[in-house]
Design a protein. Structure first.
Length: 154
């Protein structure tokens, strides 16, 4: 990606990227690649190696998990600014759900190996990104809990 300034501007319009330092935003822009996805494109497959983390820039994704005798079930919809595939930042793990674009979407896709190497060598980057990743996981857990409460209320 040659135009890092455009990616940084996009990150600034997301909850995930807006509070990151300019240095961290630039590092993410250089680590990632903007990718466009058509509706119904499966971006990540449940159970495969977690090799990419994405920051959703525009569009909407469904996180789906395979439920025996029911098939794929959407467990959560994510909006611009949310991350997906965060397991790639941890390394040596599998994706926990599939990520599917429900409408045309764009994401900053970051290779997990490159991300982990950058986090290992740059402690300032790690100190700013890990709390945001944990915040994203916390948001995901709260949203999932609310969806489960709604499901059981019916």
């Amino acid at each position: 990606m040659d135009d890092y300034a455009a990616v940084i501007a996009m990150l600034n319009h997301t909850w995930f990227g807006s509070e990151l330092s300019p240095e961290t935003q630039e590092r993410l822009a250089k680590l990632g690649t903007l990718q466009d996805f058509d509706a119904e494109t499966v971006i990540l497959h449940e159970g495969e190696d977690a090799i990419q983390m994405g920051i959703l820039i525009s569009g909407r994704l469904a996180l789906r998990t395979l439920v025996p005798e029911r098939g794929p079930v959407t467990i959560l919809s994510i909006e611009p600014g949310d991350i997906f595939g965060w397991s790639a930042a941890m390394g040596d793990t599998k994706t926990q759900s599939s990520a599917v674009a429900t409408i045309p979407s764009q994401a900053l896709m970051i290779d997990g190996t490159r991300l982990r190497a950058a986090l290992k060598e740059d402690h300032a980057l790690a100190a700013s990104l890990y709390p945001r990743i944990l915040q994203a996981v916390g948001r995901r857990l709260r949203a999932t809990r609310l969806q489960l409460l709604d499901l059981f209320a019916r």
